[in-house]
Design a protein around this ligand. Structure first.
Ligand code: C5P
Length: 232
């Protein structure tokens, strides 16, 4: 699939810093994740610049709009040939299907990944939006909707892996942030898992930001995370 299951989240806006980091991580990670902060600052050119370094790029744009607009955005985003692209499952079945069809027409092999419920939201937030019941049930409902629409995978928190593995087909990829080395602080991530735990639970790709980007030697930190995962 990828040379490593670990993708490094490059959460910064400047192309030169992102490029330096991507170069330094070559051979140490499976790819890099570029999100909205980078995309809004550096645009598609900035994405292509990082992609041209050779590492697979996870383009985390979390698209959410009417079906026609999302289909167009998917077509535009796939020009940079990201390995993965995200959209919100809560955009609904027609939006998800339009995205899947746009990808098919583009002849792309990028993974379209659906985000279910943002992990920044809890039961109270969902209640305020008129969604009764627990967050886990809503995650499961949106995951089923996205899978039925034909997405390749889901982004989920480490603690949703086991539940989702029970309800989605085996081929559905699970891409998981909220990963920390065993015994380390979680920064602002409230519910974290180690790489070994997340892979054992059924994750395909692990998204790791600060434990790599904040290290004095990011490539060594990424390699250590992978060794820790393999060794346990
Ligand atoms: O630095 P850290 O490892 O916490 O970074 C995790 C990355 O994954 C960040 O880019 C963050 O925005 C993203 N992410 C997350 N939780 C989600 C979805 C995405 O932490 N539920």
């Amino acid at each position: 699939m990828f040379t490593s299951p670990i993708f490094c989240a490059i959460d910064r806006p400047d192309p030169s810093g992102a490029l330096d980091l991507a170069r330094s991580l070559e051979g140490a990670v499976g790819g890099v994740k570029l999100g909205l902060e980078y995309f809004c600052a550096a645009g598609p050119e900035g994405v292509r610049a990082v992609a041209s370094e050779g590492l697979p790029v996870f383009l985390d744009l979390k698209l959410h709009d009417i079906p026609n607009t999302v289909a167009g955005a998917v077509r535009s985003a796939l020009v940079a040939e990201p390995a993965m692209l995200t959209l919100h499952a809560s955009g609904g079945s027609a939006m998800l299907r339009a995205a899947v069809e746009a990808k098919r027409q583009a002849g792309s092999s990028s993974w379209l990944l659906a985000v279910t419920v943002l992990t920044s939201l809890d039961d109270t937030d969902l209640g305020a939006m008129g969604i009764a019941g627990d967050t886990g049930a809503q995650v499961e409902r949106l995951a089923r909707l996205a899978v039925e629409a034909g997405v390749d995978g889901l982004v989920c928190s480490p603690h949703e892996i086991a539940r989702l593995r029970r309800v989605v087909p085996a081929g559905i990829k699970l891409v998981v942030p909220g990963i920390r080395p065993p015994g380390s602080a979680g920064d602002d991530q409230k519910r974290v898992m180690s790489p070994a735990e997340a892979l054992a639970a059924g994750a395909d790709v692990l998204v790791v930001g600060r434990p790599i980007t904040g290290a004095a030697d990011p490539a060594s930190a990424a390699r250590a995370l992978l060794q820790g995962a393999a060794g346990s």
